[in-house]
Design a protein around this ligand. Structure first.
Ligand code: HEM
Length: 319
């Protein structure tokens, strides 16, 4: 029965490599989240999310990341099942096991982190994919449609409200159709008029309700329906989730604060064991460095989890 042994080691190496990658991602993710704490009305965090959401290299990285998470889970589950099948009768426990306490908890902490990820994705990532509704924002510079600007200016000059002006245009287009019976072309024009008038109404409401970011670059608090209108009428405007607002909103809810903080404790236990364990599996550990790697693992897990926790706690306290 040599084959399963070889397989088991290769699987362990895969788990370690994938886990190492995820450890690096968590440090990056926790550091980036600190931008939420800047008192700049989300200017830096929104710019960061915009870059992450539009850069093609990042998009590929995102797919790789999700693939690695899935593989990490699959390989771990596979290892666990094959180990169980290979040893149906469990060893007698003498109570003197030298295994790190976290190692026994790896499977359970892993399942809890996975459950957290499902919730976390529903709160953020799936909003980006359009599977879950959220709050959106759009760059003001992307709404400078020449035709729309011209209508707004003309309405202003004629001392008319936008709705009045667009109704006039529509009535004139209909009269023109009666005379020239070019119905299809006129209908297309009227549809464009109506679409763009909806966009103008969204913009007007945003300015009236002061939903403009402090630096004037973003229109905020757009609903799912408004995002749909913008996407249909001005596809190049490309509205995106307002993660800065959504994060701040989420951590006003004490239940979410507690759930996230519990997750960070679980994540700490998982990472604290994963770090030295990955070194050991990859053969990068020996008795000389074992202690140093263990301490490094502890520091790493503390730094990442404290950075995550700082965002949750400080946002909740309104700091
Ligand atoms: C303070 C805590 C956290 C906040 C505020 C936060 C916020 C976010 C936000 C806003 C996104 C969407 C970003 C985007 O798609 O552009 C995201 C995605 C993600 N988060 Fe978190 N997160 C936190 C903790 C965690 C933790 C603890 C984990 C892992 C255990 C995690 C794993 C992920 C993953 C895998 C993604 C999808 C990949 C990505 O879009 O970068 N997050 N998070």
């Amino acid at each position: 029965m040599n084959l399963p042994k070889i397989h088991s080691i290769s699987k362990k190496i895969c788990v370690a490599l994938l886990g190492g990658f995820l450890l690096i991602f968590l440090l990056f993710h926790a550091s980036a989240n600190l931008l939420v704490l800047r008192h700049d009305d989300g200017a830096w965090y929104s710019a960061f999310c915009h870059f992450m959401g539009t850069n093609y290299i990042v998009k590929v990285f995102e797919i790789v990341l999700l693939g690695f998470i899935a593989l990490h889970i699959c390989f771990t589950a596979w290892l666990w099942i094959t180990n169980r099948l290979a040893r149906p009768v469990r060893y007698h426990k003498d109570g003197k096991s030298k295994t790190h306490p976290g190692s026994k908890l790896m499977m359970w902490t892993g399942i809890l982190i996975f459950s957290f990820l499902v919730m976390h994705f529903c709160q953020f990532y799936f909003v980006k994919l359009g599977w879950v509704k959220g709050e959106y924002m759009v760059k003001t510079e992307k709404l400078q449609d020449p035709e729309m600007m011209q209508w707004a200016e003309l309405a202003n000059q004629m001392d008319q409200s936008l709705d009045e002006f667009i109704n006039d245009l529509e009535a004139r287009a209909l009269t023109y159709t009666d005379e020239n019976s070019d119905a299809e072309e006129t209908q297309a024009y009227i549809d464009r008029l109506r679409g763009k008038s909806e966009v103008l109404n969204i913009i007007t409401r945003a300015y009236d309700e002061d939903n403009i970011s402090e630096d004037g670059k973003w229109i905020r608090h757009l609903t799912y329906e408004e995002r749909k209108v913008l996407r249909d009428v001005l596809p190049e405007s490309d509205p995106e989730p307002d993660f800065y607002y959504m994060v701040r909103q989420l951590f006003h809810n004490p239940i979410m604060v507690i759930l996230y903080l519990i997750t960070f404790v679980v994540l700490f236990i998982h990472m604290r064991h994963a770090f030295p364990s990955a070194f050991q599996t990859l053969g990068l550990n020996n008795y000389k460095y074992a202690k140093a790697i263990d301490i490094l693992g502890q520091i790493y897990a503390w730094v990442v989890c404290l950075m995550f926790a700082a965002v949750v706690i400080l946002v909740y306290l309104g700091l």
